[in-house]
Design a protein around this ligand. Structure first.
Ligand code: SF4
Length: 312
């Protein structure tokens, strides 16, 4: 196999990508989602059936009990659609100082998920809520009709429970990503705009906002191809390669487990089948944290993480 352009770029700079200290377990519970967002690198959606089994849920909890993670991050698909999510939260919350659940907000509108925010509050779960933009037009272009009002309604409900309010200790962060083939606005600037607009128009509060570049995989890659933007977007990411992003890349400190229990170095390598350690390793076999210096498999999608100020 030819080396990727990303490997060549690292080589040109005399760099390699290896693990630092592993601190975080990321859990991808499956590809079922209430939405089918245009930028989704996993092509999650309502027609996907892949979901973590109760046995794998227990294997993940057992791994978190034998190893020491300072943060555990639950993602999907929409984690809310996994029937075992409350069991996963209850099992993991005592094992880590920081338990994060990612949500698209609209997933909390369903009759079968409506009580989950109370479970989150009970276990002091940090919520990381995706909201692509601070207006309905751009949000619904990416996520579908009705998603803006649903997101605002859920944000208000979470604020009502204390989430995102100063002094409550209940963390509500927002995550936004561009709605087209361009890099995100600087994080500080975007956070200021989201804070002002959500407060003024909806009396909604949150803690922090994180901006992510869209990764050219899955449905976003298909959209780039169909719209004739693929080559230009890839070139833009490559041209924006910034060596300063390397120390903070999430793959240096995180290990990611897929819905079937197999391990990767990040959710993007998971999407492309690039296994942690270059082989299929099940979480039940993970007896110690991967040592610092372990090489990380890379490919051209890595340019999305190293463009501009990058993301971690
Ligand atoms: S996609 Fe990003 S996080 Fe994943 S291995 Fe590449 S640089 Fe690291």
């Amino acid at each position: 196999m030819n080396p990727s352009r990303f490997s060549e770029t690292l080589q040109r700079h005399g760099l390699e990508l290896t693990r630092g200290t592993t601190t975080t377990l990321q859990i991808n519970v499956g590809l079922a989602c209430n939405l089918a967002c245009r930028h989704c690198h996993l092509e999650a959606g309502p027609d996907r059936r892949e979901a973590m089994s109760p046995e794998t849920v227990e294997a993940v909890i057992a791994c978190a009990a034998r190893l020491n993670f300072s943060a555990i991050d639950i993602t999907g698909g929409a984690p809310e659609l996994l029937p075992s999510l409350p069991r996963l939260i209850e099992g993991l919350a005592p094992l880590t100082p920081k338990l994060i659940v990612r949500t698209n907000l609209a997933a909390l509108m369903r009759p079968d998920t409506v009580t989950l925010p109370v479970v989150y509050r009970k276990h002091n779960v940090t919520l990381s809520a995706s909201l692509p933009a601070v207006n309905s037009t751009q949000t619904e272009a990416q996520r579908g009709s009705g998603t803006w009002d649903a997101s605002i309604e859920i944000l208000k409900k979470l604020n009502g429970l204390g989430y995102g309010l100063e002094g409550s200790g209940l963390q509500l962060d927002l995550v936004c990503n561009p709605t087209g083939a361009f890099l995100p606005a600087p994080q500080g600037q975007a956070e200021k705009k989201f804070r002002q607009d959500l407060k003024r128009r909806y009396a909604v509060s949150f803690n922090r906002l994180y901006t992510f570049a869209n990764v050219p995989l899955g449905r976003f890659r298909d959209w780039l191809e169909r719209s004739g933007n693929l080559e230009a977007y890839l070139a833009k990411l490559e041209k924006s390669f910034n060596t300063c992003t390397l120390p903070g890349l999430m793959c240096r400190s995180l290990i990611s487990v897929d819905w079937d229990g197999f391990l990767y170095d990040c959710d993007f390598n998971l999407a492309t089948g690039l296994h942690h350690g270059g082989r299929r390793l099940h979480i039940s076999e993970l007896s110690e944290l991967p040592p610092a210096g372990t090489p990380i498999p890379v490919s051209d999608h890595c340019f999305a993480c190293t463009a501009g100020s990058g993301f971690t």
